[in-house]
Ligand binder design. Structure first.
Ligand SMILES: NC(=O)c1ccc[n+]([C@@H]2O[C@H](COP(=O)([O-])OP(=O)(O)OC[C@H]3O[C@@H](n4cnc5c(N)ncnc54)[C@H](O)[C@@H]3O)[C@@H](O)[C@H]2O)c1
Length: 354
């Protein structure tokens, strides 16, 4: 009987590789045929965990039961492994960031077209519940016209691990976390043109690559988005802060705590607040009877949907959840962020409509 399940081979059994095996265990449409890691120690660990382990990449690529190669190795090795895999007749899923430049991505896309292989990228944070909450909030237009979104992740331990600190391996926080947060923002804003980009990088704990960045993205229609990744912050700012004409939403942290505050009626008699230098009505807290607090929208996300989609793309011809056109746009945005930071200038991204 023809095997209906999609055969995967995992290359790279580090932190993310291991996480993939846990997710895949819950996806019956996929069969993990085996694992290859360049390090003997990691191969041993994979074997001990009960997986079939290949002795070399060639052996993995020669396995006829493998249709898809899932690449979870350091960023600079994605490109050569993907090229070899597609040339060996395999579809490819790359961990984020797909590759290190638009030029590399273009080449990879060319080979995908030539070999007729499916190529996609594991942008798994599209299934994060905090992101899905903001997505739903914007879709329901609950806050009125949204004019500002702030998306942040703040850590306090610098850049983790080893290769993430090195340029040659595609290290740095723009490529590591930025790629997720920027992908999320471009998903939220959809067809809206991203008109200009201004960014700065930080090098507090590491001089070779950025250990954080702030990017200000201005979209058509007056929406401004701030995206920030930081790794030396001992007090974190909220994960999301969304400002609309009729209300504000905040998601504090990964635990999804947060709230929405909306205007319920006009405030006629504002009670001023006393500050050291004098009274202010402008900055006085809102009177309780003129605002309404609401809970954040209920959502549920399942990261395994990424792999279910890959199986459905290959078996049923459905649309990929993560399209190469989207990957291309995020890659170009990361490059623009690096250029803007280097030149200390606001850069145009997509032409304004005339
Ligand atoms: N999508 C996500 O949420 C997410 C999270 C973490 C990491 N990642 C991505 O996953 C990839 C791996 O990150 P990680 O944190 O697991 O790193 P890691 O250092 O923990 O693991 C990388 C593994 O790849 C192996 N390796 C290196 N070169 C290889 C090669 N040429 N062939 C086979 N194996 C090789 C290493 O021995 C190591 O075991 C990166 O691209 C990273 O950006 C994605």
């Amino acid at each position: 009987m023809e095997e209906k399940r999609v055969g995967y081979c995992l290359i790279g059994f580090g932190g993310m590789g291991k996480w993939h095996t846990e997710i895949l265990a819950g996806v019956p449409q996929i069969r993990l045929a085996g694992i290859y890691d360049i390090e003997k120690e990691k191969r041993k660990k994979a074997e001990e965990a009960g997986f079939r382990v290949y002795g070399s990449e060639e052996e993995a690529l020669a396995d006829d039961s493998v249709e898809v190669v899932l690449v979870a190795t350091p960023n600079d090795s994605h490109m050569p492994i993907a090229l070899r895999a597609m040339k060996a007749g395999k579809h490819v899923i790359l961990e984020k960031p797909a590759v290190l430049s638009s030029r590399e991505l273009k080449e990879l896309e060319r080979i995908a077209r030539e070999t007729g292989k499916f190529l996609t990228v594991h942008q798994n944070r599209r299934w994060d519940e905090d992101f899905l909450m903001i997505h739903k909030l914007l879709e329901e237009q609950d806050l009125g016209r949204v004019f500002r979104i702030e998306s942040r992740v703040h850590g306090s331990r610098g850049i983790p691990g080893d290769w993430r600190k090195e340029k040659a391996h595609g290290g740095g926080m723009v490529l590591d976390w930025g790629v997720h947060l920027l992908d999320q923002i471009l998903c939220l804003t959809g067809e809206r043109r991203l008109e200009t980009v201004y960014a700065s990088l930080t090098n507090i704990t590491n001089q070779e690559v950025d250990d954080g960045f702030t990017a200000v993205l201005r979209f058509e229609g007056g929406l401004e988005v701030l995206v920030e990744v930081a790794t030396n912050n001992f007090i974190s700012l909220p994960r999301w802060y969304v400002l609309g004409e009729n209300g504000t939403a905040v998601i504090e942290d990964w635990d999804l705590s947060g709230r929405i505050v909306k205007v319920s009626e006009d405030e006629k008699d504002v009670v001023p607040v006393r500050t050291a230098a004098g009274l202010t009505k402008t900055m006085a807290p809102r009177r309780e009877d003129t605002i309404r607090e609401e809970e954040l929208p209920q959502v549920s996300g399942d990261i395994a949907d990424f792999h279910r989609n890959v199986a459905a793309v290959l078996r049923e011809g459905v649309e990929p959840a993560v399209k190469l056109s989207e990957v291309r746009r995020v890659m170009r945005l990361m490059e623009t962020i690096f250029r803007s930071a280097k030149q200390d200038q606001v850069l145009e991204f997509e032409n304004r409509r005339v």
